[in-house]
Design a protein around this ligand. Structure first.
Ligand code: NDP
Length: 240
């Protein structure tokens, strides 16, 4: 029987690449998303991967969503906490709403998703949790006090939970992508993109598939001795 993987924000961008790579590696994959029904429909048509709509910012919705996925597919072995948003503003202009939305989705969302799954993983004595953080959680970023705080929080969560899961054969790791060629990054003006690329030692943006392959490795049974780790995937832009 193939293992079951759930990817949040799994129907677009980096998450879609992760879902597809896990599928290729033999997992039965469920992809959660927040609201973009058209993208989710197109993704399912292309891949055959089932999509499930709920917000990771809502604890009850997560518990219900996870129960639905498990009823459809079976117990979840691999959770990839990938869903994320930005609400950028220099701090003096940042609103409480911008702060709250980013913390609720990028940090509390990881709690909301992991907490309902945790008892089952502990009971079955197996689990792989991969949290997608960011280079900006490691080094901080102008205009992203909210996002940098949330993504740094994800790393603390990863290290704490790795200790709690270790005896139950549950690994918890984080990946910190640098600039990846997703729609969001490709939409910035070419001049800005060039200046971003100028700061990346390898001289190019990362590809979503490069993050996806790292997830597949961390999700594998063979990676059982790696837990509480942060893998930077940023083309040499920052060494944590
Ligand atoms: P996208 O904006 O392309 O996709 C985000 C995905 O997350 C979408 O599927 C979206 O759903 C989903 N999502 C957003 N909010 C929620 C929510 N509340 N509940 C459930 N799903 C939600 O993002 P990227 O692919 O660029 O980023 C993926 C992850 O990687 C994020 O955590 C991001 O912070 C991180 N990252 C990205 C980098 C980059 O260069 N792109 C660099 C470093 C880190 P829907 O389709 O319904 O909108």
């Amino acid at each position: 029987m193939s293992k079951i993987a759930l990817v949040t924000g799994g129907s677009r961008g980096i998450g879609a690449a992760i879902s597809k790579a896990l599928q290729q590696a033999g997992y039965t994959v469920a992809a959660n998303y927040a609201g973009n029904d058209d993208a989710a429909r197109a993704f399912t048509e292309e891949t055959g991967i089932k999509t499930y709509k709920w917000s990771v910012a809502d604890y009850e919705a997560c518990a219900e969503g996870i129960a639905k996925v498990e009823a459809d597919l079976g117990p979840i072995d691999v959770l990839v906490n990938n869903a994320g948003i930005t609400r950028d503003a220099p701090f003096h202009k940042m609103t409480p709403q911008q702060w709250k939305e980013v913390i609720d989705t990028n940090l509390t969302g990881i709690f909301n998703m992991t907490h309902p799954l945790w008892p089952g993983m502990r009971e079955r004595k197996y689990g792989r949790i991969v949290n997608i953080s960011s280079i900006n959680g490691q080094k901080g970023q102008f205009g992203q006090a909210n996002y940098s705080a949330a993504k740094a929080g994800d790393l603390g969560f990863t290290k704490a939970l790795a200790q709690e899961g270790a005896r139950a054969n549950i690994t918890v790791n984080a990946i910190c992508p640098g600039y990846i060629a997703t729609e969001m990054v490709m939409a910035v003006p070419e001049k800005v993109r060039e200046s971003i690329i100028g700061q990346i030692p390898v001289g190019r943006l990362g590809e979503p598939e490069e993050i996806a392959r790292t997830v597949v490795f961390l999700a594998s049974e063979e990676a059982g001795f790696i837990t509480g780790s942060t893998i930077s995937a940023n083309g040499g832009q920052y060494f944590a």
